[in-house]
Write a protein that binds this ligand. Structure first.
Ligand SMILES: Cc1cc2nc3c(=O)[nH]c(=O)nc-3n(C[C@H](O)[C@H](O)[C@H](O)COP(=O)(O)O)c2cc1C
Length: 375
């Protein structure tokens, strides 16, 4: 049984391989009459695109997206909008070099999915890793661009907050910095450090892991489907489903285990606008699997790239012990390009839950409630 679709009402199905002619996706369930053109999607793909700095793979893919279906000119509005039918998107693969991968045709890269694909399916597309390649994640980013338009006022931003053992200084966090350096890093000083550090890693023929934080602002209170479709559970699954992700935290995450109850529970006061104000956000904007209206905060850990030049012991598909050193074009820190992918997955999950909330509850109840009248 295969699973290439995620989401319930906002459903995304992706297809395609790293070295096939194209990759694509179908987004089904997007509401009608939302303005949508390639120009709304392309900027997000450009942020994830390979070959933009010496810190990412040199594969040159323009990643130019085409919308094949699901949009039409709304004459009254004078713009192209979604029709409510499936939105099919496609990106041509233009820079395939299958010969780069002849060394891994029969050998398994330690840390990669070569062995598991082989043992499960009995064959695998070794050209760039086929379907196991993160090339597929371009389509998640494209779907995420549509998801962002589904939820009014939603803003999803991501940042790289750790590379190897080196964390950013959170007091220096500046969102404007994220688009000024090659690492999506909100701490300008640390970004300079990362450049030197990653050059060293790359020149050694090695790779390194990273931690990414995604913050979603403008998430209305009430999203999430307890018990088995909790918002945090779905976010964790979506982020864990990104290639190379080995850990996900929401809010204080694993750090919550070190806190006492009075340190962890986010105290509540009344704001001037009649809404509750939480005095901290250890919950990461989610309680009981339901959004509180605070920013939703998720972090995920990305392992180091498995395809490295340093020789590693392994076996081949015929059961012989051997060694492998992977040449070809690989990111020395895949965590960098995972930033826009993490944002997209969070946007898709929130859009899905926004539509689910509308479907089950309709108008979110107006809060605060009136006290019961005396009998
Ligand atoms: C943006 C991105 C780019 C990646 N590029 C590479 C790469 O160039 N070489 C590599 O070995 N792994 C790369 N990976 C990781 C592999 O796709 C991933 O490790 C592999 O599919 C096995 O899956 P798993 O790590 O989730 O178990 C990349 C991951 C991401 C998110």
């Amino acid at each position: 049984m295969s699973f290439n679709t995620f989401g319930h009402l906002f459903r995304v199905t992706t297809f395609g391989e790293s070295h096939g002619p194209a990759i694509g996706c179908v987004v089904d369930g997007c509401p009608p009459r939302i303005p949508l053109s390639e120009r709304d999607i392309q900027p997000y793909l450009d942020r994830r695109r390979p070959g933009q700095s010496r810190f990412t793979t040199q594969r040159q893919e323009p990643d130019a997206v085409k919308i094949l279906s699901g949009v039409f000119l709304d004459e009254a509005a004078g713009m192209q909008v979604t029709t409510g039918t499936p939105i099919a998107l496609i990106i041509d693969n233009v820079d395939q070099r299958a010969k780069d991968y002849s060394d891994i045709k029969d050998k398994y890269r330690p840390g990669h999915a070569d062995y598991t694909y082989d043992v499960k399916y009995g064959l695998r597309d070794y050209r760039g890793g086929g379907r196991q390649s993160a090339r597929e994640t371009a389509m998640r980013v494209a779907a995420g661009a549509i998801a962002r338009k589904v939820v009014p006022g939603l803003a999803v931003r991501g940042a790289l907050v750790q590379m190897g053992p080196h964390r950013i200084d959170r007091t220096r966090w500046d969102w404007a910095e994220v688009d000024r350096n090659a690492f999506f890093c909100p701490d300008a000083d640390k970004a300079k450090f990362f450049a030197e550090y990653l050059d060293g890693v790359r020149k050694r023929g090695s790779s390194i892991g990273a931690v990414i934080e995604v913050v979603a602002d403008g998430v209305p209170a009430g999203l999430g489907s307890p018990i088995y479709g909790k918002l945090d559970g779905d976010l964790a699954a979506a982020l864990m489903g990104i290639n190379a992700v080995k850990g996900v935290e929401i809010g204080a995450g694993f750090g919550a285990a070190e806190l006492s109850g009075e340190q962890n529970g986010d105290e509540i006061r009344m704001g001037n606008d009649g809404k509750p104000v939480f005095l901290s956000n250890n919950a990461g904007g989610i309680l009981g699997g339901i959004s509180t209206g605070q920013p939703v905060v998720a972090r995920f850990a990305v392992k180091p790239t498995s395809s490295i030049l340093i020789p590693r012991r392994t076996v081949d598909r015929y059961g012989h012990e051997t060694e492998i050193s992977t040449t070809g074009r690989h990111d020395p820190c895949v965590g960098i390009r995972a930033v826009p992918i993490g944002e997209a997955m969070v946007a898709c999950v929130i859009a899905d839950h926004y539509l689910r909330q509308r479907g089950q509850v309709g108008e979110t109840p107006s809060w605060p409630f009136s006290p019961p009248r005396a009998p």
